[in-house]
Design a protein around this ligand. Structure first.
Ligand code: C2E
Ligand code: MG
Ligand code: MG
Ligand code: MG
Length: 274
């Protein structure tokens, strides 16, 4: 298991799932139970538009509040959920919860923001995906332009018909699409022009040393240049310092996300940002 310390304010010791695994139950059964017992929760991380300084979005990030183990990070259980197929019901729960929560904020009179939901590879390949999204939008009455889906290059960007047609159907619904962790995958770049994409989210590994490492500045600069040339917008992930923020502003990055603006917060805290 991945060792994590202090991310998001929690300390993870040597993989909480390791401890759980020594129990009698299989992890799959545990994830099932977690879903039934409402142990999953969505945190939200604000996204700021650099030009206006306004919060224009919230990324939904799942957490597992385990009764004995406390908070478990998605990095630990999402890969297992993905392998076991449980990602489908969990992913659907995330989508429904994020949409209905966003609609609730709007109903309370806050300025509308876009909610971003992460999709795993298996979810993206699910043939019911588009029907599910459309059903949830109907059910929650959320205007589709206030939903964005984040996918990674792992869905395979090599001009696969299937991927293209799914993306086109999502676009037809009026939902936005972003490429998460951009720059860490192995895809060729031509998909950027052929696929209907709205945003590139530059992976935090390029942002981390942007002040000290000139090669990272070059990469970020190049990504922004390419994106803007073909009509895409850019979000920088993992912005932690004013220096990074200022540099990204100079490079004309569109939006930023990171601990400098805010860590992911509980649902109740989101209103402070709206
Ligand atoms: P991601 O979508 O790339 O999300 C960004 C991750 O970076 C989040 O970790 C966030 O808390 C963290 N982060 C944000 N700002 C900063 C910063 O300034 N510094 C640092 N060091 N970290 C920052 P988190 O919440 O642990 O999520 C990890 C990954 O798990 C996500 O990466 C995403 O791929 C996946 N994930 C989270 N929620 C879901 C979900 O509902 N469904 C699916 N399929 N995957 C999810
Ligand atoms: Mg994401
Ligand atoms: Mg990311
Ligand atoms: Mg990531």
């Amino acid at each position: 298991m991945v060792k994590k310390t202090g991310r998001n304010g929690y300390s993870f010791f040597e993989g909480k799932l390791n401890t759980l695994l020594s129990n009698q139950m299989s992890l799959e059964t545990m994830l099932h139970k977690a879903l039934d017992n409402h142990e999953f929760e969505l945190f939200y991380q604000p996204r700021m538009e650099l030009k206006s300084g306004q919060i224009i979005g919230m990324e939904a990030l799942i957490r597992w509040r385990h009764p004995d183990q406390g908070m478990i990070s998605p990095a630990e259980f999402i890969p297992i959920a993905e392998e076991s197929g449980l990602i489908s019901p969990i992913g659907e729960w995330v989508l429904r919860t994020a949409c209905s929560q966003n609609k609730a904020w709007q109903n309370e009179g806050y300025k509308p923001v876009c909610v971003s939901v992460n999709l795993s590879v298996r979810q993206f390949k699910d043939k019911d995906l588009v029907r599910n999204i459309s059903g949830i939008l109907n059910e929650t009455q959320l205007d589709p332009r206030y939903l964005e889906l984040e996918i990674t290059e792992n869905i395979s960007m090599n001009n696969e018909e299937q991927v293209l047609s799914t993306l086109q159907e999502i676009r037809k619904l009026g939902v936005k699409i972003s490429i998460d962790d951009f720059g860490t995958g192995y895809s060729s770049l031509n998909y950027l022009v052929n696929y209907p994409i709205d945003f590139l989210k530059i992976d935090q590994s390029f942002v981390r040393n942007i002040q000290s490492q000139s090669s990272d500045v070059s990469i970020v600069k190049a990504i922004i240049f390419i994106a803007h040339s073909i009509g895409l917008k850019v979000v920088a992930e993992g912005v932690e310092t004013e220096e990074q923020l200022n540099l990204l502003r100079e490079l004309e990055c569109d939006d930023v996300q990171g601990y400098l603006i805010s860590k992911p917060v509980e649902c109740e805290e989101v209103r402070n940002f709206l």
